[in-house]
Design a protein around this ligand. Structure first.
Ligand code: ZN
Length: 306
């Protein structure tokens, strides 16, 4: 028995020693790895391959990549919409902090309609003012661009692409034209240029909201004489570039007698019946749209109410 006990004791001692040795080895290996990494970075820094700044940048990059992964996982990223279509961004007015005096007045409740702001001659510098006062504002893209199609003619596109030559090729810019309105007497037009389709459209939308006017409506037709607000009170005209637009009042039921792009603008202004005559090079759609806008604007260039 005594021999057996001795044997067991020796075994236990040996096992303990082995465990200690293993632990030591592990610690040593870890230390080696750490020193290796540090040495590597130091060597790289000394040799000029990587400066300290670069190492820091790498760390930041890793951090950003991780964050992006989280962002994708959470599913709150970009919405996938219809291909090529412009998706409307929802505006959260509760987060809006007004910067101008007009904005502060609007939030305080001094103005209740946009017509009050416009009749006072205030200059709108924040698009949110219009969003706040006209919640049911609609917008429409005017097709100003075009690509030559098969069999002659051009296929209209929402943005106009222009190119300038560079020694390495062509550099493109995109122009967008947007009309906003509430189909009840308020209309605005905006144009913007950008390198990207989406950016150009959103910039044009913001610009259109700053450029709103009030359209005078009535019934100036001797055939109708109803006294309603379905048409315009008298003849009007507007001009931009070579394009000249003439508007005439009509009786009810005639509709908007014009091309598709002009129709979009006049419908958003809230005019249901009008005769339109166009002169000049109307295939320049930007000038056509601005001429229609001018003609609607000129309806207000009279003294007093009719
Ligand atoms: Zn009428």
């Amino acid at each position: 028995m005594a021999e057996n006990e001795k044997h067991e004791e020796t075994r236990q001692e040996i096992e303990k020693e082995e465990e200690l040795l293993e632990e030591k080895k592990e610690v040593e290996e870890k230390a080696k790895l750490d020193t290796k990494d540090e040495k590597k970075i130091e060597k790289e820094i000394v040799s000029g391959k990587k400066t300290e700044e670069k190492v820091e940048k790498e760390i930041v990059k890793e951090h950003v990549v991780e964050k992006k992964k989280d962002f994708k996982k959470s599913g709150k990223g970009f919405k996938k919409g219809k291909r090529g279509r412009f998706q409307k961004e929802e505006i959260d007015l509760s987060k809006w902090i007004p910067k101008t005096q007009l904005g502060k007045d609007v939030v305080a409740g001094k103005y209740k309609t946009l017509n009050e702001v416009l009749s006072k001659g205030e200059i709108i510098l924040e698009p949110e003012v219009v969003d706040y006062l006209v919640p049911d504002l609609k917008d429409e893209l005017i097709y100003i661009g075009g690509t030559p199609g098969k069999g002659g003619g051009i296929r209209r596109t929402p943005t106009r692409m222009t190119a300038r030559m560079h020694k390495s090729g062509r550099r493109f810019k995109l122009t967008a034209l947007i009309v906003v309105g509430n189909e009840d007497g308020i209309i605005g037009i905006g144009r913007a240029v950008s390198n990207e389709h989406r950016v150009a459209i959103s910039k044009a939308l913001a610009q259109a909201k700053l450029n709103v006017i009030n359209v005078k409506r009535g019934c100036g037709s001797w055939e109708c004489n109803c006294g309603g607000k379905h048409s315009i009170p008298y003849k009007s005209q507007g001009k931009t570039g070579s394009v000249k637009i003439k508007l005439s009042p009509t009786p009810t039921g005639v509709g908007i007698v014009a091309d598709n792009e002009t129709k979009k603008i006049i419908r958003l202004a809230g005019v249901n019946d009008v005769w339109v005559k166009a002169f000049g090079k109307t295939s320049t759609r930007i000038n056509l749209a601005f001429a229609v806008f001018e003609a609607l604007k000129n309806l207000s260039n009279t003294k007093g109410d009719i």
